[in-house]
Design a protein. Structure first.
Length: 145
């Protein structure tokens, strides 16, 4: 089953998984004076994302479609570039800002599509996710100064 809203939700799942992977990589490899604060912040982010992606995938299933899976499939769908393992803390934060902004673009498209289809439940879920990612971007931008 493929509809515009299903396709939009599948892209949000892929984006979210890509962001989980990138955030986890940053959590593992961050170094420098901000290690403790960023290590903790990245862990909070990827844990929150992991719970959220399950809810989005379950929404796809509730709509009668299948959720996407497989790391290579999700990475190809998302199109979010990977960061180098040895990136600086500032590069990591900027990379995660960029990845969150890509996800925000796709969340807004899913929200708008859900609104056009009069799917309030999906629209509400996308609005909630937009709020989380807007806050993440704001906090990371504040870190960069």
């Amino acid at each position: 089953m493929s509809t515009p809203i299903i396709d939009a939700l599948r892209l949000v799942v892929a984006d979210t998984y890509a962001l989980i992977g990138q955030t986890h990589l940053c959590h593992w490899n961050v170094r420098g004076p901000s290690f403790f604060s960023l290590h903790t912040a990245f862990e909070e982010q990827y844990n929150e994302l992991f719970i959220a992606v399950d809810e989005i995938a379950e929404r796809i299933r509730a709509k009668g479609a299948l959720a996407p899976g497989g790391l290579s499939t999700l990475a190809a769908m998302a199109g979010i570039p990977e960061i180098a393992e040895d990136a600086s803390a500032e590069e990591m934060v900027q990379h995660l800002i960029d990845a969150n902004e890509k996800l925000l673009t796709d969340l807004r498209a899913a929200r708008d599509g859900a609104g056009e289809e009069d799917d309030s439940e999906t629209e509400d879920l996308m609005i909630a996710r937009i709020q989380v990612h807007e806050k993440s971007v704001w906090m990371m931008r504040s870190y960069l100064g």
